[in-house]
Design a protein around this ligand. Sequence first.
Ligand SMILES: [Zn+2]
Length: 229
Amino acid sequence: MADFVTLSCPNCGGKLQVTPDIDRFAGSHCGVEQIVKRGGGIISLSPVIDAITKVQTSVDFIAEDIRLRRDQEAKAQEKIASELRVRREKEVKAQEKIVSELAIKLLKGEITRLQNILIPLQDKKNKNSVKQLKAAVKGSIMVCILLVLLAIGLGTGALSSSSKSATSLDNNSGCIGGIWIAAIAFGATAYSTRKKANVAATTEINITKEIFDKQTEIKNHETIIKQQP
Ligand SMILES: [Zn+2]
C-alpha cells in the first residue's frame, strides 16, 4: 500500500499527493491552502477559506441566537416588571381605599359628636343657647337700669323730703340701699351672662367651621374611593 494518496485539488483540479502525516497544505498548482479530512476510510480535501467561512457562519449564527435569546429575556423581564408595577399600583390603591373608608367612619363620628355640642347652642328653647343667653343679658341690663333709675329717683325724693321728717329719711335710705344692691346684682349677672354668651357664640362659630372642614374631608375621601376600579 502506497504511503500517499493522489487527490484532485478542489480549486484547480491539479493532482495532489497527500501523505498520512499531512493535515493541511498549500496546493502545488494554485497555492490555495487545503485541509485534509479523514473519516470512514475516505480522504477528501477542503479549502481552508471554506472552513473559515463555515466557522464564521456558525459564529454568526451563535451570535444571532444569543442576541435573540437576550432580546427574549429582556422582553420577559420587562413584562414581569410591568406586571409587578401594575400589581403594586393596585395594592396601593386598595390600601388608599381602606384608609379612606376608615377615615370617613372616624370623621362621621366626629361630626356627630360636634353636632351634639352645636345643637343645644342653636336651640332657641335651651337656656344655654346663644340666643337665650343674649336675651338674658338684655333682660338683666334693663332691670339694672330700671333699679338704678328707681334708686336715684327715690334718693332725690328722700333728699327733698328730708327737711320734713328724719324717720322717713332713715326708712327711705334703707330701701334705697337695697335697690342699689339689687341693681349691682343684676349688673353683675348681665356681665357674667354676656361673657357666657360670647363663649357660646365663639364655640358655635368654631364648631360650625370644624363640621364644614370635616365634611369637605369626607368628600375628598369619597373622591379617592370613587377612583378605585
Ligand atoms: Zn490547486
